[in-house]
Design a protein around this ligand. Structure first.
Ligand SMILES: *[C@@H]1O[C@H](CO)[C@@H](O)[C@H](O)[C@H]1NC(C)=O
Ligand SMILES: *[C@@H]1O[C@H](CO)[C@@H](O)[C@H](O)[C@H]1NC(C)=O
Length: 212
């Protein structure tokens, strides 16, 4: 008997599958909330590095996402929010973060830059002029460009459960070019960069400290 593959494919092409999905939990077992910040840490014991952070300012206020070098380093905390929320909503109307739904991710840091440090996938790549099959996760836009609202698809990600040899979560890009793509680490010029990747980086979320 032939199975109807096409309808199944159509279902997995969308990142956002609605609200009735399970929640995401931090390392203390609490729900991930839009009013808190979290370090994104690799789950694997004996891994070669720490949490995710912004790295390599290739242009003023434009960075790429990379892994902190030291195993003990947490990196830079992020805020994870549903894309419909206004800037103040996450704080005044906190919501829990659901699995498999679109979210925006922004580094929770104070910078001199006009724009917040929103993650987006980019065709640019750090320290390289040759074309690259991977897309890097970048932060920061052109200083005079407005942050699109609602966020453009390149700014949308989702969190999926990862249930392999190690247990945790993986991050996927929800850009509209096709099925979602895993985010993983790509070693290049002495750093592990966060890129679209065949093998997902398995992560956990550790609650961070609010910037006062
Ligand atoms: C976030 O919101 C929840 C629910 O309203 C609240 O219990 C919690 O204290 C808030 N956390 C922070 C860091 O403001
Ligand atoms: C994101 O999707 C848009 C629309 O399909 C496409 O033009 C753009 O190249 C994609 N960006 C990346 C970095 O893949």
């Amino acid at each position: 008997m032939k199975l109807p593959l096409v309808p199944l494919l159509a279902v997995i092409l969308s990142c956002s599958i609605g609200d009735a999905t399970p929640l995401v939990y931090d390392t203390e077992g609490h729900e991930l909330m839009s009013n808190s910040s979290y370090y994104i840490l690799p789950v694997e014991e004996g891994g070669t590095g720490g949490g995710l952070k912004m790295s390599y300012e290739w242009k003023r206020c434009n960075f790429f996402v990379a892994q902190a070098r030291g195993k003990a380093e947490d990196g830079v905390a992020v805020r994870i929010t549903p894309p419909g929320a206004s800037v103040y909503d996450p704080i005044f109307n906190p919501v829990a973060v659901h699995l498999s739904t679109d979210v925006t991710i922004t580094f929770d840091v104070v910078t001199v830059c006009v724009e917040s440090m929103y993650w987006h996938i980019s065709d640019k790549s750090p320290l390289s002029t040759t074309s690259n099959p991977r897309q890097h996760v970048a932060v920061g836009k052109d200083e005079d460009a407005d942050m699109p609202f609602p966020p453009s698809p390149d700014m949308l990600f989702s969190i999926e459960r990862y249930d392999g040899a190690v247990k945790g979560y993986k991050l996927v890009s929800c850009n509209s070019t096709g099925p979602y793509e895993n985010l993983g680490l790509h070693a290049f010029k002495g750093k592990n960069w966060l890129t679209t990747s065949a093998s997902a980086l398995v992560v956990v979320f550790k609650k961070g400290h609010r910037y006062a």
